[in-house]
Design a binder for this molecule. Structure first.
Ligand code: FAD
Length: 377
């Protein structure tokens, strides 16, 4: 049986998930990544049951590897910023696993990338390949890189993140929009927080304005607690996974919050700071033999914790719509099916994340957490 020659731009979460799934389905896959190697940058990735179920289908090794370092939040709790009132509580842990077939896991992004990278042949990930130019052709595409090399493909998948070069080649140079919101990320050893309630839960403190919130949850198998806080700040535009912020500024921004939240901020020694950017949902993700997925297709605010989950689901569903497709002529129809299956769900989540009201007063999480990417196509 002949195979499609598929190139994936971006060895991030969505690109690697797609690469593993497409290879499993018998396709000839190569991944182009512009960094020189995998880097241990960033921090938490939140994987709700829908994301973990999609990952589990990538193989027993991936499933075991993510569980080795991840934490399993016990609950999903909402509390009000000033009086500490609990407005919703969802059982996660074993209850979610029984209900949805997979638990919620929280994991360092680098550990998730390592688990995915180990399940794909290392020689098929080409580092130092920055996508510079894409030539769409009748039966495929040729992608060129800043090192002067190029590859001719049956299909090019743009999994190259929020500033996707593939997306720009397909739909023009529209840039992500600054949301007026900044995010602080910090990690604190759990042992330094003895006595703080619900440390092993995912807790969201809803602030006085929609942009103001603090989320805390376990990381590194529960040994650390991760803090993710957002607030409006028009003056800071720098988008970065490595820029240090001011711990004092972090504490000042949430000075009026309940002592149970503030005690976590008081325990921080250092904090990362970034501006948050997003885009509107796209009406189409494919054009001929080009397609985008993950943040390249639908970068979103973090308030539903679905950015990585949607990218992993995209990768699985893309592989499934292409299974059995052996001639490049069959690709456009498969990509139309991919759009039909994915755009409505991800657009709803993109807009829901912008609205930032998800599970504030409880509600039914099944349409998000109960989705099974391995069954939709
Ligand atoms: C370095 C980094 C750290 C992050 N840390 C966190 C975090 O701590 N918490 C969190 O919630 N989210 C983090 N994210 C974002 C998160 O991974 C995504 O929002 C989500 O997982 C969707 O994944 P994705 O695969 O679509 O995009 P990404 O995970 O962003 O992956 C995109 C990949 O494409 C590569 N790339 C970009 N442009 C090109 C190009 N022109 N040519 C070739 N390759 C290219 C990037 O280097 C990256 O590997 C991080 C992203 C990056 C790139």
């Amino acid at each position: 049986m002949s195979k499609l020659k598929i190139g994936i731009a971006g060895a991030g979460i969505g690109g690697l998930a797609a690469a593993i799934a497409l290879r499993e389905m018998g396709q000839d896959v190569v991944v182009f990544e512009h960094t020189k190697q995998f880097l241990r940058v960033g921090a938490d990735i939140n994987l709700t049951p829908n994301a973990v179920r999609a990952l589990d289908g990538l193989g027993a090794d991936v499933a075991a590897a993510v569980r080795r370092t991840a934490a399993r939040p016990t609950h999903r709790i909402s509390r009000t910023w000033d009086n500490g009132e609990e407005t919703s509580r969802l059982e996660m842990g074993d209850t979610a696993e029984q209900k949805y077939g997979a638990p919620q896991l929280t994991i360092h992004r680098a550990d998730l990338l390592a688990a995915l990278a180990a399940a794909f042949p290392a020689e098929r990930v080409l580092f130092g390949k920055h996508v510079e130019h894409i030539q769409a052709e009748e039966q495929g595409a040729t992608v060129s890189f800043d090192d002067g090399s190029s590859h001719k493909l049956d299909l090019l998948v743009g999994a190259d993140g929020i500033h996707s070069a593939v997306r720009s080649a397909m739909f023009g140079q529209e840039r992500p929009r600054f949301t007026g919101v900044v995010a602080y990320r910090a990690v604190v050893p759990a042992e330094s927080l003895a006595g703080v309630p619900n440390l092993q839960a995912f807790t969201k403190w809803w602030g006085p304005t929609p942009e103001s919130q603090i989320v805390t949850f376990p990381l590194n198998a529960g040994k650390d607690i991760f803090i993710f806080a957002t607030t409006a700040q028009e003056s800071w535009h720098l988008e970065s996974w490595t820029t240090q912020g001011s711990v004092q500024e972090l504490r000042d921004s949430y000075a009026g919050f309940h002592p149970d939240a503030r005690v976590l901020l008081d325990a921080c020694d250092e904090v990362l700071k970034t501006a948050l950017y997003e885009r509107d949902p796209l009406p189409a993700w494919a054009s001929g033999h080009l397609v985008v997925l993950g943040d390249a297709a639908h970068p979103m605010m973090p308030f539903m914790a679905q950015g990585a989950g949607m990218a992993i689901e995209d990768g699985v569903v893309l592989a499934r719509v292409l299974r059995g497709v052996t001639q490049s002529g069959g690709i456009p129809a498969a990509l139309r099916r991919f759009e039909e299956l994915r755009i409505e769900r991800t657009s709803k989540i993109q807009l829901g994340s912008r609205g930032n009201n998800w599970l504030r007063e409880g509600g039914n999480a099944d349409w998000v957490y109960g989705y099974d990417a391995w069954k939709v196509a």
